[in-house]
Ligand binder design. Structure first.
Ligand SMILES: C[S@@+](CC[C@H](N)C(=O)[O-])C[C@H]1O[C@@H](n2cnc3c(N)ncnc32)[C@H](O)[C@@H]1O
Length: 233
């Protein structure tokens, strides 16, 4: 687990409130793939500081469960939202052992899956926990964008990439898995989930006022990919 989500959890939670990549690209693009959440049982998988959960609570959901491998992140969520949510620590690569079969209407998993090496068991668990006709929406690094970091230069290899990110105002080492679109879609299909929508996102026009360079880069280059998958039965 990177220091980004432990030692710097609080700062990370502040930065993502208004930055371009999360607030003006990732979140609006993920939210655009969600139906009305009123009355729904939602799981925020890899909830981070709970920025999605805060929004879910304004949407009339029946319940939100917040899950993250970082104790610091879960503590932030508990401090902010108390007993409005059920928040607990769980490494998603070990599944969702606390969640019952057919119990969730919607599972949202923004910017988490690139930290997990083997996606197949994760999607199997999502399938088990979703109710029939439930769905999952997730975002992750765009395979095309991440290929720029490839060391092997073989797009179809899965590679553990190490980078320094300045997200919180100082360089922090982050490791993530780069993989092909085929690897992602095959893990989904193997679980029984059906992909119903793929999007490459769209940066909000307000980004231009913050950084013309980043705005024009994101207008011309994919950065994240957004996938909705449904449990049809
Ligand atoms: C980029 S942050 C995204 C947080 C939140 N989804 C958001 O969009 O603001 C990634 C989150 O994934 C969590 N994470 C990373 N690996 C995980 C794992 N194996 N199981 C559960 N959570 C994990 C991190 O602790 C961190 O909170």
């Amino acid at each position: 687990m990177s220091d980004m989500y432990t030692k710097h959890a609080s700062k990370y939670g502040e930065v993502v409130k208004e930055n371009i990549y999360n607030a003006l690209l990732e979140r609006p693009s993920t939210m655009a793939m969600l139906d009305n959440l009123s009355g729904k049982r939602v799981i925020d998988m890899g909830c981070g500081s709970g920025i999605y959960t805060e929004w879910f609570l304004t949407q009339g959901v029946e319940s939100v469960t917040c899950i993250d491998a970082s104790t610091d992140m879960v503590e932030l969520v508990k401090a902010k939202m108390g007993d409005q949510v059920n928040a607990y620590v769980q490494d998603l690569s070990l599944g969702l052992p606390n969640e019952a079969d057919n119990s969730a209407d919607v599972i949202v998993c923004p910017l988490v899956l690139h930290y997990i090496e083997d996606l197949k068991p994760v999607f199997q668990e999502v399938y088990r926990v979703l109710k029939p006709e439930g769905y999952m929406v997730f975002s992750t690094h765009h395979p095309f964008a991440d290929f720029e970091c490839s060391v092997t230069k073989n797009y179809f290899d899965r590679e553990l990439i190490e980078e320094e990110w300045n997200t919180v105002g100082e360089p922090v080492t982050v490791r993530f898995f780069r993989r092909s679109l085929t690897e992602i879609t095959e893990a989904i299909s193997a679980s029984g989930l059906a992909i119903s929508k793929i999007s490459e996102g769209e940066v909000d026009e307000r980004a231009k006022a913050i950084s013309e360079d980043i705005y024009h880069h994101l207008k011309a280059n994919p950065n994240f990919i957004f996938i909705r998958c449904d449990k049809l039965r």
